[in-house]
Design a protein around this ligand. Structure first.
Ligand SMILES: Nc1ncnc2c1ncn2[C@@H]1O[C@H](COP(=O)(O)OP(=O)(O)OP(=O)(O)O)[C@@H](O)[C@H]1O
Ligand SMILES: [Mg+2]
Length: 254
């Protein structure tokens, strides 16, 4: 394989017939098929309990099911997981699963340090990422004393500082104020990476993802261009994702 071909493939994700259960006789993922291109922004929307977080945890071998998951053409298994984890940055749904250092700057520096980067480069990345996430002034604060939305931004920063080839976001927009959602949409648009977002929030997902899949009860029921999928009110209603309730209020406000 030439280096050029390798580059084109490194951010791809291929999930084939993935099935997973936490408990016997209670399948959570039921034959999921998804193919994501290098550098694509791909959204997976679905109601609470559909299996979105569970699906995401298969991308870097935190969970293993039946079927295959390939990242950059390599199958995710116990042997490849350590290397794949260095390429797939995972932003968890709950920021407290991601933050464990005494200060914000130590949390952000942790990944780059683990990658073996030198102190100057680590400092540079921490500074740049703090600016990107509008966290200047938070360097010495303790993550666990921050608000949930602030912790969410720090958790995003810990992943972005590693500059992964693929960034997998679990509910990135929850608990962010509208200006931070706007900022995050810009960051996602400009990321030099493949981006996968799982979320119940269809409006910001449609704003930043070219394609969207709908996950319902562990199955992908449709995949298509974002705006086509989110305009299908019957489909969204059948998945408890219909936003019509907000439509009339928005019309009155704007
Ligand atoms: N560790 C676990 N053990 C047993 N069952 C689990 C576990 N984690 C999740 N589940 C179950 O698996 C199903 C899918 O959960 P998952 O968290 O993947 O859904 P989700 O689509 O991410 O939901 P949400 O939108 O609320 O985050 C749910 O029924 C949940 O109760
Ligand atoms: Mg979830």
């Amino acid at each position: 394989m030439t280096p050029k071909n390798h580059n084109r493939k490194q951010g791809t994700i291929d999930i084939k017939n993935l099935c997973f259960s936490y408990e016997k006789d209670h399948p959570v993922l039921r034959g999921v098929n998804i193919s994501i291109h290098n550098q694509e922004r791909f959204g997976i929307i679905g109601p609470s309990g559909a299996g979105k977080s569970t699906l995401l945890l298969h991308l870097n071998g935190i969970l293993y099911g039946q079927g295959t998951v390939r990242v950059g053409g390599r199958e995710v298994n116990k042997d490849t997981a350590p290397e794949i984890r260095s390429r797939v940055g995972m932003v968890f749904q709950n920021p407290d699963d991601q933050l464990f250092n005494p200060t914000v700057e130590e949390d952000i520096a942790f990944g780059p340090l683990n990658m073996g980067l030198g102190p100057d480069e680590v400092r540079r990345r921490v500074k740049e990422t703090l600016e990107e996430m509008r966290l200047q002034g938070y360097e010495k604060k303790t993550s666990h004393h921050l608000s949930f939305g602030e912790r969410k931004r720090v958790a995003l920063a810990t992943v972005l500082a590693m500059r992964p080839e693929i960034v997998a976001f679990d509910e990135p927009f929850s608990n962010l104020d509208p200006s931070m959602v706007e900022q995050l949409l810009h960051i996602i648009k400009d990321l030099p990476a493949t981006v996968v977002i799982v979320s119940q929030e269809i409006i910001p997902v449609a704003a930043c993802c070219g394609r969207v899949a709908v996950l319902k009860e562990g199955q992908i029921i449709t995949t298509g261009p974002s705006y086509e999928v989110v305009r299908d009110k019957d489909l969204l209603r059948s998945c408890s994702l219909d936003l019509s309730i907000y439509e009339s209020v928005c019309k009155k406000i704007f």
